[in-house]
Design a protein around this ligand. Structure first.
Ligand SMILES: NC(=O)c1ccc[n+]([C@@H]2O[C@H](COP(=O)([O-])OP(=O)(O)OC[C@H]3O[C@@H](n4cnc5c(N)ncnc54)[C@H](OP(=O)(O)O)[C@@H]3O)[C@@H](O)[C@H]2O)c1
Length: 275
């Protein structure tokens, strides 16, 4: 769904781009601003439309945004899906302010972007991982508190302890059904759970009482629109933020790249380079 490239040729009526410009395709090619609708949600790259795992692509001029100038294409290729999803969850839906507590689940692409945006906004970040080594790396990115969810299986209690028993203001929920109940126990009353992924399952039987008894907001996130992408890139440029790229695979190593992703050994993003 995400990628980066260079403009090779433009149509005669194109005004936004010229040959040689560095650009990033937007996830939903027809979603430019505001809330999505059923039509523009059907214009997404990587299904139903062809995605970015290609040497060449054809886009409308509004289907692209400019690449942040301080990033390489390999770094910027990570922004269009995981980056924008995390930006929307933290900045637009998070309802946070400096000093808020943000909980990020795991150290995958979305969660590390969320960590970086939350720190940019002056929040305190608690992050979980199944690996102590990854937690140590998350500290170098600014994580304030770390929890190993593999050894601390009741991690919601640790989140409470780290927030003076108040609960987190915002949870970046990438686990889905398998972690949602614990997220409900980790969030503060009137806090927000940004529901993004289903790494730990998409269906289960959950007790919904914590949501209504504590006025919790559960906000589904579907990447974001062109205007959000442009605003995110400005924030990234002004803060000289660098996406966390774990490993770059060559064009002929796509199967290996997918297998590597499946092992869960990565920290941040995995990139395929076409050269
Ligand atoms: N809604 C949207 O718009 C949107 C956009 C992008 C992605 N997504 C979805 O969001 C999810 C995350 O995407 P991603 O790109 O960040 O994936 P990813 O990079 O593959 O994340 C993998 C990491 O997630 C962590 N994880 C897995 N199971 C976990 C669990 N039970 N509890 C806590 N952490 C767990 C692990 O971290 P550790 O190794 O540190 O344990 C794992 O390494 C996926 O389901 C993806 O499809 C949704």
């Amino acid at each position: 769904s995400d990628g980066a490239g260079v403009v090779e040729a433009v149509g005669s009526e194109v005004t936004l781009w010229k040959k040689g410009d560095r650009v990033l395709p937007i996830f939903a090619q027809k979603w430019f601003d505001g809330a999505p609708n059923m039509d523009n949600l059907r214009s997404t790259l990587g299904g139903p439309n062809d995605g970015c795992l290609a040497h060449y692509g054809k886009f409308s001029e509004e289907g692209l945004v400019a690449t942040p100038s301080h990033l390489t294409d390999k770094e910027a290729a990570t922004l269009g899906c995981a980056g924008l999803t995390a930006y929307n969850a933290v900045v637009n839906f998070g309802g946070i302010e400096p000093g808020s507590d943000v909980l990020c689940l795991g150290t995958g692409g979305v969660s590390l972007f969320a960590l970086q945006f939350a720190k940019m906004m002056g929040a305190r970040v608690i992050i979980t991982s199944s690996s102590d080594e990854k937690l140590a790396r998350a500290k170098t990115l600014g994580a304030d508190e770390t929890i190993n969810y593999a050894t601390k299986t009741n991690w919601e209690r640790d989140v409470r302890k780290h927030t003076k028993m108040a609960g987190a203001d915002l949870i970046i929920e990438v686990g889905g059904a398998g972690t949602m109940q614990k997220s409900m126990m980790s969030v503060k009353p009137y806090g927000t759970i940004a529901l993004i992924g289903v790494l730990a399952g998409g269906e289960s039987s959950l007790s919904l009482y914590p949501i209504l008894m504590q006025g919790v907001k559960v906000q589904g996130v579907i990447v974001g629109n062109r205007s959000d992408f442009t605003r995110m890139n400005r924030a990234i440029e002004q803060n000289k933020m660098k996406p966390v790229v774990d490993k770059v695979f060559g064009w002929k190593e796509v199967p290996e790249a997918l297998e590597y992703l499946q092992t869960g050994k990565h920290f941040g993003k995995v990139v395929v380079n076409w050269e």
